[in-house]
Design a protein. Structure first.
Length: 206
C-alpha cells in the first residue's frame, strides 16, 4: 500500500461538519495497526494499486487539523476479457487504433441497425463493446473504469477513520464470500473516483 500527503478527498463526496465528528473509545489500536488491517482487507479482495491519502506526513506526530482519510484502489474485472480479438477478427497481438477502427467500421456496415434487412442489434452491441475493450487494451486504460475510492471523515482521529474504512471493506467483502458478488459490484459502482494525477506518492513506512 502506498501513502499520499496531503489528503485527496474524492470530488462530490459530502464532508462531516467539524463539530459533528466523534471519537470511538473501543478502537484502541495504533494508526499503523489499522493501516495494516485496511491493507489486509483490501488484499483479500484482490484489489490493485492501493493508495491511502491523508494529512499525515511521514513521521508525523500528533493529529492533523483535518483527520479525514480517503483510500483509492483498483478492483480488477471479474476476468480479463480478450474476446474482442475474435469479435473484431484481429489476430495481431499488438494492434493499433487505426486497425481497430478499420475492422469495427467494416463490420458495423454489415450489422448496424440502420442496414435494411440485415441489422443485428445484439451484434452491434457486441461490436461496440469489443471496440471499447480493444481501445482500452491499446491505450493502457483497461480496468480503469474500476478505479474506486472510499473516504471517511466522521471521526476525530486519522486512525479511527482508517479503522472505519477497514471495517466497511470487511463488511463488503463478506457479500462476495457468501456468493452475492453481483450486489457487491453494484455497491462499488457508487465508489468510482479518480485519483488526481501528478500528486506525490511515497511508499508506506508501515
Amino acid at each position: 500500500m502506498k501513502e499520499n500527503y496531503p489528503l485527496v478527498w474524492p470530488e462530490g463526496w459530502p464532508r462531516t461538519r467539524i463539530n459533528d465528528r466523534v471519537s470511538r473509545g473501543a478502537w484502541k489500536l495504533t494508526r499503523i495497526q489499522y493501516k495494516y488491517r485496511l491493507e489486509k482487507e483490501l488484499t483479500r479482495m484482490n484489489v490493485r494499486s492501493i493508495v491511502l491519502t491523508s494529512n499525515v506526513q511521514q513521521d508525523f506526530k500528533g493529529e492533523p487539523r483535518d483527520p479525514s482519510v480517503a483510500v483509492y484502489f483498483t478492483r480488477p474485472p471479474a476476468e480479463d476479457d480478450f474476446s474482442w480479438q475474435e469479435t473484431l477478427g484481429i489476430n495481431n497481438p499488438d494492434p493499433k487504433i487505426d486497425e481497430i477502427e478499420l475492422r469495427f467500421k467494416s463490420l458495423m456496415r454489415q450489422y448496424h441497425t440502420d442496414v435494411p434487412g440485415s441489422g443485428d442489434p445484439e451484434m452491434s452491441r457486441r461490436l461496440n463493446e469489443a471496440r471499447k475493450r480493444a481501445t482500452q487494451f491499446v491505450t493502457g486504460e483497461y480496468g480503469k473504469e474500476n478505479q474506486l475510492c472510499i473516504a471517511c471523515d466522521k471521526y476525530t482521529e486519522v486512525k479511527l477513520n482508517i479503522a472505519a474504512i477497514a471495517t466497511a471493506i470487511s463488511y463488503l467483502r463478506r457479500l462476495e464470500d457468501v456468493g452475492v458478488s453481483g450486489i457487491l459490484d453494484r455497491a462499488f459502482a457508487g465508489f468510482r473516483a479518480e485519483l488526481t494525477e501528478g500528486i506525490h506518492v511515497h511508499a508506506s513506512t508501515a
